[in-house]
Design a protein around this ligand. Structure first.
Ligand SMILES: N[C@@H](CCC[C@H](N)C(=O)O)C(=O)O
Length: 300
């Protein structure tokens, strides 16, 4: 069994992209048509696999208007409904401004003349059931307390946070970003988040500029999170902390996020613009010594 892959990154958030369309069209009879959660975890492993923050698969679309079907998987094998940085990478890889079919609907993209990619990330969902949260509440003021003490917060102290879904669940805490690695792992699995959550730590620098660090569900701390940047701007706008057009600075660079005004009581869509870089491509061949090659598990 073998398959071709491309390694890409968006602001250091890195991906292994497997185009199952190319494998099928190219007549690679030994290519898998899907991967099991354990195979995904093994491929994402940075020591014993290729290594990445998310594994991304491409397949033929089955929705009118879509150019390609895209699925996103975390290194723990779980599937995510959205991934902003990977969406830009897929658009850059395919070129011609493709429309992506994702769990969060069709996402139109634009390959801009300077090489950056713009993705229409869809409408944020702000009702507590849609995030989802486990109890009714105002999603602009989460009932969340610090699960442990840090240099910046006492154990049990109320945290200032808001939540929304960008196709995947995000909580944004308006709290120092230095606490991301300490509080993120416990908050990801807090009872308030029945499907776990990505936990963003946002420092507002001005009405058009914030710093963000995200502890990602199923992946841990990553240098950048595109859907997390969109969610942070949506949550900060809803709290009156920033304007609808805001630069989100992360470890290795920044994204421009614009949350359009809605019409007829409907929330507007979120637009994300930033870089996407192809690093290398390769062929992954499973041998008899590949630890997970002989397993029997249902494919996703
Ligand atoms: N890195 C991503 C988000 C990936 C999915 C996330 N970990 C989840 O489980 O929802 C991005 O750039 O948006």
């Amino acid at each position: 069994m073998s398959f071709a892959f491309t390694k890409m990154h968006g602001l250091g958030n890195d991906f292994v992209i497997i185009d199952f369309r190319a494998e099928v069209q190219g007549g690679n009879s030994s290519a898998p048509s899907s991967l099991t959660p354990r195979q995904i975890a093994a491929l994402c492993d940075r020591r014993t696999g290729i290594g990445c923050d998310q594994l991304v698969t491409l397949a033929a679309p089955n929705s009118p208007g879509a150019d390609v079907q895209v699925r996103f998987f975390n290194p723990d094998g779980s599937e995510a409904g959205a991934c902003g940085n990977a969406s830009r990478c897929v658009a850059a890889l395919l070129g011609d401004s493709p429309t992506l079919q994702t769990q969060h609907g069709l996402l139109p993209t634009t390959c801009l003349p300077g090489g950056e990619i713009r993705v229409q990330m869809g409408r944020p969902l702000t009702a507590w059931q849609d995030v989802p949260l486990s109890e009714p509440c105002d999603t602009r003021a989460l009932p969340l307390n610090a699960p442990r003490a840090t240099d910046h917060v006492k154990e049990g102290e109320k945290l200032d946070g808001a939540a929304c879904s960008m196709g995947n669940p995000h909580a944004t805490l308006f709290h120092v970003i230095e606490d991301a690695a300490l509080l993120g792992p416990m908050l990801e699995k807090a009872p308030l988040f029945p499907e776990r959550a990505n936990i963003g730590f946002a420092e507002i620098l001005s009405p058009r500029h914030m710093r963000l660090r995200v502890w990602e569900r199923g992946a841990g701390l990553t240098p950048a999170c595109g859907s997390g940047a969109c969610a942070a701007v949506v949550n900060a706008v809803r709290r009156g902390l920033v304007e609808r057009h805001c630069r989100v600075e992360m470890e290795l660079g920044s994204l421009e996020i614009a949350w359009n005004e809605g019409t007829d009581g409907q929330s507007g869509t979120v637009e994300m613009t930033g870089p996407a870089v192809k690093v290398f491509s390769g062929l992954f061949e499973l041998t008899d010594s590949t630890p997970w090659s002989g397993q029997r598990e249902p494919g996703l």
